[in-house]
Design a binder for this molecule. Structure first.
Ligand code: BGC
Length: 902
């Protein structure tokens, strides 16, 4: 059995979601009252152990699935103890009854929150009749160390292992360990590894900031003798990448605060009284892998009573003067375990395992054999026809792990401080003959929650969705990466910006991008420049404008998808500085500099057109952000500037005689259309050229790079050519996503071409996955309504295509679940929609193009007949006829529309 439990579950859930919608009416909850809110989040996190935001934001979901449910007020209670909260005493903050429909981004306004404390909170809401619901179940959040002075220790380093013994004079009632490293750490207390994070802390701009993790270690400590052990690895801090390593050696900063039963507190922190010795990890490198000599293990090193007489004192390290911030995003974890699909033996002593799926992580080895036996695991995405692994596309990354046996029965090994991108594993040096059970695949990524699902009756679409799902996860390693296998794996901003919307629909990315946007801000220079990669290792300062745009665009998508106003506030100055930097590089309002442009394009588009398009886009976003934040002066200034850039853009790149921008490529036509840069009277002509280019000149194939393709399908759908967009999406000959599938891809390639040589051709890049957002919007029908940030107002508009019989999409939004499932049989279109409580929607029920008379029923009620809205159905507030569709205005709830016509 090869399919992972998780992917099976994914398929089962998708099928269940689909059919639940089609065949059963989902019953609404009891209609008496609004009920209790659920899914409580603080700073987007569920019961975080530690945050360091002094005014955290709260979020809840109204669990009432009834129709037209609205929240008219809320009350949040925050207490210093669970007992107080249980007695409804918000001793830290009682918001009182606040008249507001907000259920997200609700800002804490209570007493100053204290370092190291845990707080308990709950919320209730009032419905449109002014009736109060019941309180939610309690949730909690802990505060991290808010002041630098809370850290008593020093940065220390050593030879791999660090340890400290200490005695506790009483029973432990509460203990928190705060730990960070330049590099990676593994924390052990009294013989046990603490927590399930791996490759922690997150990779940040180390000179500016490192992130610490907080663990509740109350139950790991005991009265009397205790020991802390830390294994250190180099990670990105000591990895040569793009240039020399940033730091010579990894370093640790540790603080543990322990409260005893008698009220005393004990603090244990890192300093030179700790001891160090070499451990079994002989060498480690993100690109090259771990070398682990099990003979060098030191049994008991992480327990009290271990004889460390031969250990040296820990060395004081300089560490970083950067800010210490709480790690507030889903950690990197082992998220799944895969069983290999096959094992072959292409040469004597060489065993090759195929997992049937390209993914990021590592292999677990299970082995028995003589002490000193050296087993080697090498990783690859590709395989030669003779069955040997093909590693040409890994460039200089050695991507191998070496395990040296201690000769002690069954030995299980997993690397500690590296990861690989692979589908195949080559095993050599194995004592005896290995079996399928000798290795397992460990799937590793930032553990973001899957929040979206998309399935359709056309199998190729589901296969592409599969490629996106795996490709996206493989490229989330505390930052969004370009790839996961070769000597790169960087926060390339171009890749990040084109994939961000797809990622936000498929996964809960709110906390992840909140962190990444701060990384971008940390990487920004005083003159506003930002780099191509964040943290900056590869590429340049300043970024190619199509890469730098990740800063404004991800902020903007955070606003749209999660209603995040704070990210706009916190980055306003940074965004403005970036805009002014671009402006300083523009001449006569045209920004021309470009390094990569429409990268990996089949038909080249001048880089200046791409850069200038983003100059306009970034300016417009800044104007919109200024407006949202009430900065009217700036809003006007930048709106005016955007207008000037538009004029200059058209003057520079548009040829009115030919209807072409620059050289008329798909990207050159699609970007100005998408951005509404095209003068109105020219729009038809510009689209006509694009249409001809796609359909007649290229037989409905894509010729763009990864920039242009992000806008191509959406603009075709928006401007009346959804059928062409669909044909591009489902194309199976070169170049297309389907071509990758036809060649056996299990994640998305870096190139449209099928290349496997030593050239640049990763088989697990995410940037061409931007099509994922189009799946949800065009085929799944789930869109934001006007001013519908955070899905407050929703537009459900599924687009019919001849070839598609049904499609089903759902997204767990910050306000609850939005879903749309539609089915088309000749003469009948069924559309089922779920709108979360406290949101409203326009639902566009499509007609067949040649239908003249249509009737629409919802449930058992006729709601549209003879070209008119028939009132009376609960939750529907109106309807109107649209181009080949009927649009209904609805409140929350589940609706099942059936449109029939002739
Ligand atoms: C990366 C790309 C990245 C590019 C910049 C490549 O090596 O893998 O995805 O955006 O460099 O042109």
């Amino acid at each position: 059995m090869h399919a992972s439990k998780k992917s099976q579950r994914f398929v089962l859930i998708s099928i269940a979601v689909l059919f639940a919608g089609f065949f059963f009416i989902i019953p609404g909850y009891a209609q008496n009252g609004i009920g209790a809110p659920g899914h409580l989040r603080c700073e987007y996190l569920s019961n975080p152990t530690a945050i360091d935001v002094r005014q955290p934001r709260f979020q809840w979901v109204l669990m009432n699935s009834g129709r037209g449910v609205l929240q008219t007020a809320y009350q949040v209670l925050v207490a210093s103890s669970s007992a107080n909260l249980a007695r409804n005493r918000g001793d830290v903050w009682d918001s009182g009854k606040v008249s507001s429909g907000d259920s997200t981004q609700v800002v804490y306004q209570g007493k100053p929150l204290v370092s190291g404390h845990t707080y308990y909170w709950k919320v209730r809401t009032w419905d449109s009749q002014g009736k109060a619901g019941t309180y939610s179940l309690p949730a909690k959040f802990g505060m991290g160390l808010l002041e630098r002075a809370d850290w008593k220790g020093q940065w220390i380093g050593g030879d791999g292992l660090l340890r400290k013994e200490f005695r506790l004079p009483g029973k432990v009632v509460r203990a928190r360990a705060y730990v960070t490293a330049l590099g990676y750490y593994e924390l052990h207390i009294n013989g046990k590894k603490i927590g399930d994070k791996v490759l922690d802390p997150a990779w940040t701009v180390y000179p500016k900031r490192v992130l610490y993790s907080t663990y509740d270690v109350t139950s790991n400590l005991k009265e009397g003798a205790n020991a802390v052990g830390v294994m250190l690895g180099g990670g990105w801090a000591t990895q040569a990448a793009g240039g020399p390593p940033e730091y010579k050696a990894p370093a640790l900063l540790f603080q543990m605060n322990i409260e005893l039963a008698d009220g005393k507190t004990v603090s244990v922190s890192s300093n030179t009284s700790w001891k160090t010795a070499p451990g079994p990890v002989v060498s480690d490198s993100v690109y090259n892998g771990d070398v682990y000599d099990a003979r060098l293990e030191k049994p008991g090193w992480d327990r009290p009573g271990y004889n460390d007489a031969g250990w040296a004192p820990a060395r004081q390290e300089k560490g970083t003067a950067g800010t210490l911030s709480a790690e507030m995003m889903p950690p990197i974890r082992v998220t799944d375990t895969l069983v290999p699909r096959s094992m072959t033996n292409p040469e004597p002593g060489v065993y090759v395992y195929d997992f049937g799926q390209n993914f990021a992580g590592w292999a677990q080895l299970r082995v028995r054999g003589p002490r000193g036996t050296k087993v080697r695991l090498r990783f690859s995405e590709l395989i030669y026809p003779n069955g040997m692994i093909n590693r040409q596309n890994l460039r200089s990354a050695k991507a191998r792990d070496i395990y040296i046996l201690k000769g002690d029965g069954l030995e299980k090994y997993e690397p500690h401080f590296t990861y690989h991108g692979f589908r195949y594993v080559e095993l050599t040096g194995y004592p005896g003959t290995p079996s399928l059970d000798s290795i397992r695949g460990r799937v590793v990524s930032s553990d973001v929650r899957t929040t979206g699902s998309f399935v359709a009756s056309k199998e190729i679409l589901n296969q592409i969705q599969h490629l996106i799902h795996w490709g996206q996860l493989s490229n989330l390693y505390s930052i969004p990466t370009d790839c996961d296998q070769r000597n790169e794996r960087q926060g390339w901003m171009g890749d990040a910006q084109v994939s961000a919307e797809e990622a936000m629909m498929n996964f809960d990315m709110a906390a992840f991008y909140t962190n990444f946007v701060r990384d971008i801000r940390d990487a920004q220079k005083p003159d506003g420049e930002i780099p191509d990669t964040v943290p900056h290792k590869y590429g340049r300062y300043p970024a190619d404008p199509a890469w730098g745009t990740a800063y404004p665009l991800i902020c903007w998508y955070m606003w749209q998808q999660y209603g995040d106003k704070r990210i706009l506030q916190e980055n306003y100055d940074g965004l403005k500085k970036y805009e002014e930097f671009l402006r300083s590089r523009a001449k006569d309002n045209v920004l021309r500099y470009s390094y990569y442009g429409d990268w990996i394009a089949i038909k080249h588009t001048p880089g200046a057109l791409v850069s200038d398009s983003y100059f306009y886009y970034d300016t417009r976003i800044l104007a919109d952000v200024a407006k949202i934040l009430g900065k009217t002066g700036d809003a006007e200034t930048y709106a005016k500037l955007a207008g000037e850039i538009k004029d200059a853009f058209n003057k520079t790149f548009y040829n009115a005689k030919t209807g072409e921008y620059a050289n008329g490529t798909q990207t050159a036509q699609a970007m100005p259309l998408f951005l509404n840069l095209v003068p109105q009277k020219e729009q038809g002509g510009v689209m006509g050229k694009l249409y001809n280019n796609i359909v007649y000149e290229h037989n409905t194939h894509i010729t763009t790079g990864f920039i242009g393709v992000k806008y191509l399908l959406p603009v075709l759908t928006r401007d009346g050519h959804n059928d062409v967009a669909y044909e591009l999406a489902t194309q199976t000959t070169y170049p297309s996503w389907g071509y990758m599938v036809s060649k056996g891809a299990t994640t998305l390639w870096e190139l449209w071409q099928d290349k496997i040589g030593p050239s640049m051709n990763s088989h697990n890049h995410i940037m061409l996955g931007s099509i994922g957002a189009w799946f949800y919007r065009a085929l799944g029908g789930i869109n934001l309504g006007p001013d519908g940030e955070g899905y407050r107002h929703i537009l459900v508009q599924p687009r019919l295509v001849e070839d598609l019989h049904w499609a089903s999409a759902s997204i767990e939004t910050v306000r609850g679940k939005v879903s749309c499932s539609w089915k088309h049989q000749t003469g009948a279109i069924s559309v089922e929609v779920t709108i979360p409580a406290n949101s409203d929607a326009k639902i566009v029920v499509p007609e067949e193009e040649d239908m003249t008379t249509v009737t629409v029923q919802e449930g058992n009620h006729i709601v549209w007949k003879n070209g008119r809205y028939v009132a009376g159905d609960d939750g529907i507030t109106g309807a109107m006829s649209r181009d080949h569709a009927v649009e209904f205005s609805v409140g929350s709830g589940y609706y099942h529309f059936l449109l029939t016509g002739e």
